[in-house]
Write a protein that binds this ligand. Sequence first.
Ligand SMILES: [Zn+2]
Length: 424
Amino acid sequence: MVFFLENTFAEVIGKSVRGRKIEAFVYGRGNETLLFVGGIHGDERQGVEILTRFRRMVANTPEIRKNIRVVIVPKANPDGIRRGTRGNARGVDINRNFPTSSFTTNYHKKAYYPGRQAASEPETKALIKLIQKYAPSLVVTIHAQLHCMMVEGDVWEIARRMQYYNHYPLVAELDYETPGSFGQYCLERGIPMITLEVPRIPHHALWEQNKRALVEVLRHSPGKLAHQRMLIESKKTPSLFEALQRQDWYLWRNMFTNMYEWKKQDAEGNTALHYALKRGDVPLALWLIERGIHLATTNTKGWSPLFEAAYWGHGEVVKQLLKKGISPEERDPYGWTPLIIAAQRGHKDIVRVLVEAGAKVNTQDIYGYSALMEAVRCQHKDIVEYLLARGADPYQTNCYGQTASRQAILARSTNTLILLGGGQ
Ligand SMILES: [Zn+2]
């Protein structure tokens, strides 16, 4: 059944065990489809709330969905949502019920009951049907409580753009197995997934954190990024930045001999040094630093080269920038410091270099997160240990009143909890 609503089609893609409609809201036209799914776990209402607001926004602002089709399923598990349970009406965890190579009927906790066989549940079947029908270029799902973004497949560039707005740490995997998950199912079909694990804070605050991040997905979809790359690669005489993006060392080393070229910035304020760091060209970065070109220039996202180096883990570059007098206490608009970033990303060598150069260990960002909390959330045990030894305060709280210990519990990180002395 298909009916017209708010200039779009609300498509019933299936019915739950109890006969509740599972709806997909389809907006816009285009060769590329982006799929957003919430409420797979009925006790994680956050996804339902965020995607309901997002759906309204996408419906009312056609310009953000130009050339793409946006499919939104706010309530993938309507019975579970109604009852407030993780599983569906039969107690099956939909996120363990997908027909993947790893599917197993074994489970160690009732909450993860995968069902009697793969794809036994109507809720699972509805999502499979949707994937088959639209073949999305990317799936974004929303879950709750771990406070991170899990990236499956080659969509790190998009995830990083989202991260700038929602501030969540990026991880490649969680520290527990998820056989038969929706993400695994998509990945086995070549479809990447970004899973938002949102923290336990009020729904309106979650929406504020994530609305820009979700719009970034529409602006920089995998198809749009690939198209952009293709355009750049087809140019015979690219600009400096295009050559840097192409990683065409021969080209830029021979074409751009005029120093004036190297002082330019691209539309997002990035300098050649930003590019070199993002692309991992440490020799080029050091060459630019030696010449003192744009050592402290920030791009439009508020990041100077020191931030980029701390993010990407270029320890030697961090050292050289500090030697040139760049302050380790620089802050971006979110109040992040290079130390907070390095702690989050797990670059222990950089954490050490920054602290030794005088970076304050207890600086907090605008949400109240410190380097210690970031290391805890991202489960970098050795960095937690190091920061505690260098005077990091385990009793500081973020703006939600959570200490580092509390965050270790939310991240299910027993190792770091022990380091912090348990409790909370
Ligand atoms: Zn979940």
